[in-house]
Design a protein around this ligand. Structure first.
Ligand SMILES: *Cc1c(COP(=O)(O)O)cnc(C)c1O
Length: 398
């Protein structure tokens, strides 16, 4: 299969597009035009590569997880170590790409939304580095769950604006950021943090994150001389997963497995597993699978990990799922915490709670693989940001 690409209005098959107010069409079209230009520009590529290497610390290792492999006793497991990126997660791959783009467009002010806080930290970081003004919108509930990241953003010189409407999490933060963008579009670039939203964001964020998959493909071929059996990554908005998957789409034999947040379990409706439900909708600029209640209202979501706690999924994933090219599954909060504990103790690596979902899927599904199989698990971020919340969670569980 050919790698999926959107049409000129950002449609991935029936999904994607540009469902925004008229006032945003102009800036989105400008962004799409400039991005199309720089995408082909060797000087831009070179500049991005320079900063990814010298500042972010790429390439990240593809680490053979020897003890995890021995403990599970089936497939040989490799970990793609995005947790070793500067600031501790994959988000900076995208923030770096977009800030270089903003510089080209002559923008002086950067805004962003954040859920777990990792995208806010990554964006505040590149803003500090390039001396740009930075405003981050964050739901108040997320600010409480991720107070360490709020402190990090403020230390980096960013203004963090609490969002106190609705569920006070990521969805509302995106709304506020869009509102700001509409009013300040001449001076301001909006660095969206996942493969979501209106065109060109899903394509652009995917391109910037595809460095993960390009490296992993090269690294596994070097280490093993063959392609992996399967790729496993957690799916919030879908950027770390599409970044890993995309360079493998043409390799039909490679399974691609996205793991969503099962929260308290699918039955009670307190989760963020968009593909566990068959409902298509439009949310924040894009048409895609959206969690909805019986009246078609956007459902309340729940996940132990702020980064997976969102009602919509990136549109390219919706297409990959319908085509059957990628598979989607989910694990619960409890299973994810078990994944966190096991990877920490087996490999000395504290994964982010988001990444712990991918780890947990492998633990729960190890039996379907054999010793000839090779797995690549994306450790999208490190778990240091989550330890206080986890300690409290464990205390409550007794
Ligand atoms: C934000 C985040 C995610 C979820 O976002 P995606 O766009 O789905 O990658 C996953 N892992 C970490 C560590 C994050 O910070």
């Amino acid at each position: 299969m050919k790698p999926t690409q959107p049409d000129s209005h950002g449609h991935f098959g029936a999904y994607g597009g540009m469902f925004v107010p008229e006032t945003l069409m102009e800036p989105l079209n400008e962004l799409a035009r400039v991005y199309k230009e720089v995408r082909q520009d060797p000087a831009f590529k070179q500049e991005l590569q320079y900063y990814l290497r010298e500042y972010v610390g790429r390439p990240t290792p593809l680490y053979f997880a020897e003890r995890m492999t021995a403990k599970l006793g089936t497939a040989k497991i490799y970990l793609k170590r995005e947790d070793l990126c500067h600031t501790g997660a994959h988000k900076i791959n995208n923030s770096m790409g977009q800030i270089l783009l903003a510089k080209r467009m002559g923008k002086k002010r950067i805004i962003a939304e954040t859920g777990a806080g990792q995208h806010g930290v990554a964006t505040a970081t590149v803003c500090a580095m390039f001396g740009m003004e930075c405003v981050i919108y964050m739901g108040k509930v997320d600010m409480e769950r991720q107070s360490l990241n709020v402190f990090r953003m403020e230390s980096l010189g960013a203004t963090v604006v609490p969002v106190t409407v609705g569920q006070q999490t990521l969805k509302e933060a995106v709304n506020e950021a869009m509102r700001d963008w509409v009013s300040n579009v001449r001076t301001t670039h909006y660095i969206l943090g996942s493969a979501l939203g209106a065109h060109p964001y899903p394509m652009m964020v995917r391109d910037f994150q595809s460095v993960i998959g390009r490296e992993a493909r090269r690294q596994i071929l070097k280490a093993e001389g063959r392609l992996p059996t399967a790729l496993v990554a957690c799916v919030g908005g879908g950027s770390n997963s599409i970044g890993l998957f995309h360079p493998f789409i043409k390799d039909e034999g490679v399974r691609m497995i996205g793991v969503e947040a099962g929260g308290f379990g699918i039955e009670g409706g307190m989760h963020a597993a968009r593909f566990a439900q068959e409902k298509i909708g439009i949310l924040q600029g894009t048409k895609t699978y959206v969690l909805q209640d019986d009246d078609g209202q956007i459902a309340l979501t729940h996940s132990i990990s702020a980064g997976l706690d969102y009602a919509a999924v990136g549109p390219e994933h919706s297409l990959l799922r319908d085509l059957g090219r990628a598979e989607y599954s989910h694990v619960t909060d409890v299973e994810a915490v078990d994944g966190f504990d096991k990877l920490s103790q087996w490999e000395g690596i504290l994964p982010a709670l988001e990444s712990s979902h991918a780890v947990a899927w492998v633990i729960l599904n190890a039996a379907q693989f054999s010793k000839d199989d090779l797995l690549i698990v994306n450790v999208s971020g490190r778990g240091d940001k989550d330890v206080i919340q986890l300690a409290e969670w464990k205390k409550k569980q007794g």
